[in-house]
Structures are given as structure tokens and as C-alpha cells.
Write a protein that binds this ligand. Structure first.
Ligand code: NAD
Ligand code: LMR
Length: 338
């Protein structure tokens, strides 16, 4: 094959029709913010994903090193690095899936909304380029505050005339991963055998674990419900405080992002019954965006699963969550419309 060094020192195969191992056509995936705390382990894990044939790593700093390093892994995905705004559009051309962990993380004492002023502009710029170069890509948006950045992305795509609500997904998988872990601990089970739906949004009280719907079915005492709900809602803050100024969750987030991206890719490939929680343009409640279980398919979100029967505690929590969510959505929308 035609092997050449790319400008950032990573070798890349050119002019070959890339196929993932096993003869299955592979997907082209871009990671924006690839040199960051989430971006690096996420890039490594996506290089290990057999559904990925081409992996584009974009950041405003340090992509040459990350790309060179990751390109030495003996897995089939071809890795290319892109550095700085001038190379953003090239990074995105022809991508099937774009994962966005770009932006600043929290420090102790901050809320996710405190990141809005910086991250809103970053997400806007990245989504404008997506609309130009890969308007049909599935977008997995990780940058906080997710409750507002997803509405920002939607508005950017609407303005560009490319908005497809099925293809824009806010990543709330880390809430589900945490919920499975903490609930499994209480139940004395392997977390892989536990499934906790987490709905609403991705900040504080908008993170609403539906403990009444845990699988395998289980009942919790009011004390356990309070402990679990509080721990799941504040899991992010727990990590921010433990890291004491050095950022927020990166490793568990990369794990969660890959779990979610892999589900999106398997659905794109045509695998049936892929159901995940995500924060999306939604008809499940009266709110324009809401996280809940969705069925993923070849076009992204194909079906919203109903919220199902809620306990009194969950119903009351949902009302509080909706109030805060409405404000966060409005803040995102007006950032673009103003
Ligand atoms: P980080 O600071 O370690 O990395 C962020 C990366 O984004 C850096 O490499 C930076 O250079 C890059 N970046 C900045 N501006 C950019 C731009 N305009 N274009 C491309 N890249 C740009 O931060 P992190 O810990 O990786 O967190 C990233 C974001 O993810 C934060 O906003 C954080 O709050 C969020 N996050 C979300 C979840 C979730 O569950 N959705 C979980 C954890 C973190
Ligand atoms: C998380 O839930 O870990 C992320 O949203 C990062 C944060 O700021 O808590």
C-alpha cells in the first residue's frame, strides 16, 4: 500500500479503501479536543475499536505528539492528526461520527454552567465546521455544560440548514456508568449485570436516576434512594474535588464516551436493538431537549422509549429537574440567536 508520513509525523495509509478487521467496512471518526484529558484516552480507545477505519485527531495544541504516539498501535484504524483552526475543516471532511470533548473542565467550587462562557464559543466554532464538511455525521457532544451546549449545536446546525435532530446526541453515558457502579455496590452485584436508566440532563439535580426501574428489579430503602441519587448526581463533583484543581473526570469519561460511540457505530452498521440514554432533541416531555433512553439506528436516534412508571420521589425530582433544564436550554439557544 501507499504509505506516507503525514505532516505531524504519524504514518498514514493513503488511497486505500479502508476496511476494519473482518471485512466489515469501517467508519471514519473525528475527535475534536483529542489532546485533552478526555481526548487522549478516548483517542487511544477509539484506535482499538474494530469498527473504526479512519481516526482523525483534532486539537488546538499537541496533536502531533498524540497522533504520532497513537499511530504506533498495531490496530487497523488509520490515524491522522490536525492542529489548529486552519486544519479543522480537513479534519472533518467525510466523517461518519464526530466526538467532541473540546473545552475547559471544572475546578473545585465551580458548576458546569460556569464553563458556559468559554465552551459555548468553542462548540459553536466546531459545529459550524461540522455543518460545512460533514453535515450528515452523527455528533456525540461531551463538552460542558451539556444541557446548554447541545441546544447551541442544534441552533448552529439550524442556521446552516443542516440540522437533523436524530444525529445530535449529548453524551450522558457517564451518569449511567456511575449509576450502574454505585447501584451494583449497594446490591452486591457485578456492575456489568446492572442497568440503571438515567434521564433529564447532565448537571446536578437534572441528573435523574430512575432507581425504580433498575434491572435486575430491586427495591431500595428511602435511605438508599437518597444516598444513591445524591452520589450519582454529584459524581462529577466528587472527581473534581478529588483532583483538587487538576480537572474533572477524564478516564471514566473516555470509557463512557467509547461505550457510547461504539453503540452509535454498531447502530450505524445496522445492528438492531441498540438502546442507550442520551440528551437529545426530544418528544418525551414538553422540554425541547431531554435525556432518556433512545433506540439508535442507521440514522441516529430512531425511537424515544417512554419514561415508564415513576415513583413519587422520581416524579417530584423530575419537576425540579425540568425547571433547571428549561433555563439551561434557553441559555444555549439565546447564545446563538442573540
Ligand atoms: P482538558 O482541558 O483536559 O482538554 C480539553 C481539550 O480541548 C484541550 O486539549 C484543549 O486544547 C482542547 N480545546 C480547547 N479549545 C479548543 C478548540 N477551540 N477546538 C478544539 N479543541 C479545543 O479538558 P477535559 O477534562 O478533557 O474536559 C473537556 C470537556 O469535557 C470539559 O468541558 C468537561 O467539562 C467536559 N466533560 C463532560 C463530561 C460529560 O459527561 N459529558 C464528562 C467529563 C468532562
Ligand atoms: C462529569 O460528570 O464528570 C463531568 O460533567 C465533568 C464535571 O464537571 O463534573
Amino acid at each position: 500500500p501507499n504509505l506516507k508520513m503525514n505532516e505531524h509525523g504519524g504514518s498514514s495509509l493513503t488511497n486505500v479503501h479502508c476496511r476494519a478487521k473482518g471485512g466489515t467496512p469501517g467508519f471514519k471518526v473525528a475527535i475534536l479536543g483529542a489532546a485533552g484529558g478526555i481526548g487522549q484516552p478516548l483517542s487511544m480507545l477509539m484506535k482499538m475499536n474494530l469498527l473504526v477505519s479512519v481516526l482523525h485527531l483534532y486539537d488546538v495544541v499537541n496533536t502531533p505528539g498524540v497522533t504520532s504516539d497513537i499511530s504506533h498501535m498495531d490496530t487497523s484504524a488509520v490515524v491522522r492528526g490536525f492542529l489548529g483552526q486552519n486544519q479543522l475543516e480537513d479534519a472533518l471532511t467525510g466523517m461518519d461520527l464526530v466526538i467532541i470533548p473540546a473545552g475547559v473542565p471544572r475546578k473545585p467550587g465551580m458548576t458546569r454552567d460556569d464553563l458556559f462562557n468559554i465552551n459555548a464559543g468553542i462548540v459553536k466554532t466546531l459545529c459550524e465546521a461540522i455543518a460545512k464538511r460533514c453535515p450528515k455525521a452523527i455528533v456525540n457532544l461531551i463538552s460542558n455544560p451539556v444541557n446548554s451546549t447541545v441546544p447551541i449545536a442544534a441552533e448552529v446546525f439550524k442556521r446552516a440548514g443542516t440540522y437533523d435532530p436524530k444525529r445530535l446526541l449529548g453524551v450522558t453515558m457517564l451518569d449511567v456508568v456511575r449509576a450502574n457502579t454505585f447501584v451494583a455496590e449497594v446490591m452486591g452485584l457485578d456492575p456489568r449485570d446492572v442497568d440503571v436508566p438515567v434521564v433529564g440532563g447532565h448537571a446536578g439535580i437534572t441528573i435523574l436516576p430512575l432507581l425504580s426501574q433498575v434491572k435486575p428489579p430491586s427495591s431500595f430503602t428511602p435511605k438508599e434512594i437518597e444516598y444513591l441519587t445524591d452520589r450519582i448526581q454529584n459524581g462529577g463533583t466528587e472527581v473534581v474535588e478529588a483532583k483538587a484543581g487538576a480537572g474533572s473526570a477524564t478516564l471514566s469519561m473516555a470509557y463512557a464516551a467509547v461505550k457510547f460511540a461504539d453503540a452509535c457505530l454498531r447502530a450505524l452498521k445496522g445492528e438492531a436493538d441498540i438502546i442507550q440514554c442520551a440528551y437529545v432533541d426530544s418528544q418525551v416531555t414538553e422540554l425541547p431537549f431531554f435525556a432518556s433512553k433512545v433506540r439508535l439506528g442507521r440514522n441516529g436516534v430512531e425511537e424515544f422509549l417512554p419514561l415508564g412508571p415513576l415513583s413519587d420521589y422520581e416524579r417530584a425530582s423530575l419537576e425540579k429537574a425540568k425547571k433547571e433544564l428549561a433555563t439551561s436550554v434557553e441559555k444555549g439557544v439565546s447564545f446563538i440567536r442573540k
